[in-house]
Design a protein around this ligand. Structure first.
Ligand SMILES: [Zn+2]
Ligand SMILES: [Zn+2]
Length: 254
């Protein structure tokens, strides 16, 4: 499986991008960075997006991806999220004020809407094309869920934003052939109390989460906040665990 990391940070500037991942060019996880780094042709290949939670840094490009889908006269984009997260997206984002609800607007050329909402029950495995996905709740300030994606005999785990958590690791530990896990380390170790209050991880608590994971696979720290990214990166290295990695904005072959 190919993982294209479009954004690996919890803040943005000219050289760092908000959370956005693309699997095999057609399945996206989070939409902080999608349209801003993908051509129209590449956007047209995206068939589905899983959104971990409604925070702005994870949905920034989603309204524009849907708008572009409408303009392309393409098949609908499938939007996956847990029921709780979907409710927040409907109430706060696609509410007709912040942005239109494109799920209710048929495209005149295709008579289909640009987006279809697929609310998920946490813990329930569903299939979509060649992929199976299982949303699992994590611990954040607002309703949030990570996702386990399985395709072609491989699995990859994304927690999204989370503080210390359990269920997604338990589920991942029961999943066959996990080839990578992507979680977060938002703040450096000297901001542990801020990380705890805001339900995020530091390299230190990332290290504690590592102990809950049985897979012998790389565990990536994403969502590093600026301007602390260098401190966080050196603290991840100092864990001296060969699975602990910093997620970079590049293409990975898993
Ligand atoms: Zn975030
Ligand atoms: Zn968040």
């Amino acid at each position: 499986m190919r993982l294209k990391v479009l954004g690996a940070y919890g803040a943005s500037d000219a050289e760092h991008n908000l959370t956005g991942y693309l699997i095999d060019d057609w399945f996206a996880v989070d939409a902080g960075t999608l349209t801003s780094k993908l051509s129209f042709v590449q956007q047209a290949r995206v068939q589905a997006v899983f959104i971990t939670h409604a925070h702005a840094d994870h949905v920034r490009d989603l309204p524009h991806l849907i708008q572009n889908r409408f303009s392309l006269n393409g098949p609908p984009l499938t939007l996956f999220a847990t029921r709780d997260v979907m409710d927040q997206l409907s109430t706060h984002l696609f509410n007709g004020i912040h942005w239109p609800d494109f799920s209710t607007i048929p495209n005149p050329a295709t008579s289909k809407p640009a987006v279809l909402y697929r609310p998920l029950a946490p813990g329930k495995r569903v299939t979509f094309g060649d992929i199976a996905l299982t949303a699992v709740n994590v611990h954040h300030q607002i309703p949030a869920a990570g996702v386990i994606l399985e395709m072609n005999g491989q699995a990859i785990v994304f927690t999204g934003d989370t503080g210390p958590t359990q269920d997604i690791w338990k589920r991942a530990n029961k999943t066959e052939n996990v080839v990578a896990l992507v979680t977060e380390a938002s703040f450096p170790n000297d901001q542990q109390s801020l990380a705890d209050e805001t339900a995020h991880l530091t390299p230190q608590s990332f290290g504690d989460e590592l102990k809950k994971i049985v897979a012998d696979a790389p565990v990536y720290a994403s969502h590093r906040k600026l301007p602390f990214e260098r401190d966080i990166e050196s603290q991840i290295r100092n864990l001296r665990d060969r699975r602990a990695r910093v997620l970079l904005e590049k293409n990975y072959t898993l």
